[in-house]
Design a protein around this ligand. Structure first.
Ligand SMILES: Cc1cc2nc3c(=O)[nH]c(=O)nc-3n(C[C@H](O)[C@H](O)[C@H](O)COP(=O)(O)OP(=O)(O)OC[C@H]3O[C@@H](n4cnc5c(N)ncnc54)[C@H](O)[C@@H]3O)c2cc1C
Length: 175
């Protein structure tokens, strides 16, 4: 837990990043946490919220604007271990999965069942569906399927409750 953790973009990004992003690549953190479930995320955020500790959610760390890079020693919450597909309805095409699933893995998974993910981009081998949703990614299938938000049926999110201290699980489903 107390090991120094330095955050780097992966090689794919390094070649593509403009010079001004280099400042953000120098971000660092003392702690990286890798929750395995929504409940663990909830407990982490409850703990951090009560102690007013800053956090930085991190998916595949491929985002080009550095949103996943801690700049003030924030605690990194990395979603790599939340990588399970929960269900796929092969008739409606509704996929339920955890936020740390890598986009390419999801695409391969649904492709085996004659389906296709509505998103494809150069970072697909590294980026995670949670990061894709957070950035409302477009990509190579944008003209056909639109930005990712248009394909999201619902999310399970962790957020503060009205008292501003406890963390609740919220399930949201759009129409
Ligand atoms: C080679 C390459 C090609 C690309 N091509 C395109 C393209 O064609 N079209 C396009 O739109 N974008 C493109 N991108 C950008 C792409 O959208 C992002 O890299 C990707 O969506 C981010 O996913 P990630 O898992 O890496 O998220 P990260 O970079 O880790 O995080 C991005 C943001 O999401 C937040 N976040 C991540 N996971 C979660 C979570 N589980 N819960 C809450 N917040 C979270 C982070 O805090 C951060 O603010 C490209 C990037 C690369 C490197």
């Amino acid at each position: 837990m107390n090991a120094k953790f330095r955050c780097h973009f992966n090689d794919t990004c390094t070649t593509l990043l403009p010079k001004f992003i280099d400042v953000q690549r120098g971000g660092q953190s003392s702690v990286v946490l890798k929750p395995k479930s929504t409940e663990e995320v909830s407990n982490i955020l409850k703990y951090c919220n009560e102690r007013r500790l800053a956090v930085c959610p991190q998916g595949g760390n491929t985002g080009l604007v550095g949103g996943s890079v801690p700049v003030f020693d924030e605690i990194i919450i990395n979603f790599t271990l939340m990588n399970k597909v929960i269900s796929l309805d092969e008739i409606s095409g509704a996929l339920i999965c955890e936020s740390g699933c890598i986009l390419e893995n999801l695409d391969n998974y649904v492709r085996d069942r004659n389906l296709i993910m509505p998103l494809d981009l150069g970072a697909k081998g590294t980026c995670q569906i949670g990061g894709n949703a957070s950035t409302n990614a477009g990509g190579l299938r944008l003209l056909r399927y639109g930005n990712l938000h248009g394909s999201i049926l619902g999310i399970e999110a962790v957020s503060k409750n009205k008292k501003g201290c406890l963390i609740n699980i919220i399930y949201f489903r759009s129409t």
